[in-house]
Design a binder for this molecule. Sequence first.
Ligand code: ZN
Length: 338
Amino acid sequence: MPKARQRELDLSEFPAGTITEYTTLVCLACIFDIFTKQLNLAPRTAFSEIKRHTPTIAELTSRGAMRPYFDSEEKHPHCPYCGKAKRWLARFDTYCIEGGKTTDAARRALQKKLPKAEDQFVVSEKKSDSGAVFFDWLDTLGRSLDLNDETWLIDASRVYLERREPKTNWDEVFDELRAVRRSSRLSEGWERDGARLFLAPSLYSEALLIQYLVSRSHAHGGLTLEGRLTLMDLTRRLRYSGYLEQLGISERDPGEVFEKLVNHLAATHEWSRVRTGSGSDRVEVAKRSSKKSSKSRKKKAAPPEPEVITTEPVKLHYLIDRRDFLEKVKSVYASYAG
Ligand SMILES: [Zn+2]
């Protein structure tokens, strides 16, 4: 029987950050108990029903799983509800793929290659939007980092850059890297110099913003490459670096500035399509007119900027790997019947 490791899907064709993986364990003793005692099915019927069972997307991806599902980081997990171990526990692996130009071809090719028999894989779709995708991405990023270990700042910069420029080989760029700095030379892009990576001000500003967003619930203010920053400090730095002006953000109130910054990042899920530091046509209008003084801009009113959060629709494709589940159900049933 192939080991779980050898069965992992090849996801190398997908840009970094476009797939979120979830693993949920299910206790077959508990699920059997539910089908026979709560739903009053005969054991044989219960097993054939269970074999067809696929949890909902919410059950597969939520952080607080409910019986018979559970999450465990342990190497030898036990069911938290009935204490059963390995033989009774099956695993569902769920891959959430962001639909879009950068992933559609790779996703179709992957789906074609998957085994079809017995619903070993189930595909499910959900409509979402770039705002929800952004906050999920932040949440996943935050959970994957150890905020007590300072190297997380470099890791967070990397994850941000991977999303911004999916075609770059960031393994190479971050190999043996010691520091990420703001470049005073570059107007766009980045360059590696020895063990340091220099980012153009707009890239650096967004990296700070992501770090702030990830860590602000962890610390008073947020932790960034520039140290611990309050919202006031952060907006001041982004103003000084020219980033706010680039985005056409003229508000003074840190709360309002922050809202606009977050809206900017949430406006599209494919950051690689956005030119660094300019979010949309709307922003381009603001940028051009900002060459004049801010007063004349207000009067000369380029089309008024809508205050609503603009997001774009995103289709999420969930790929549910049921192979381990099917195998375990069969072996448990065999031991029952035998
Ligand atoms: Zn159990």
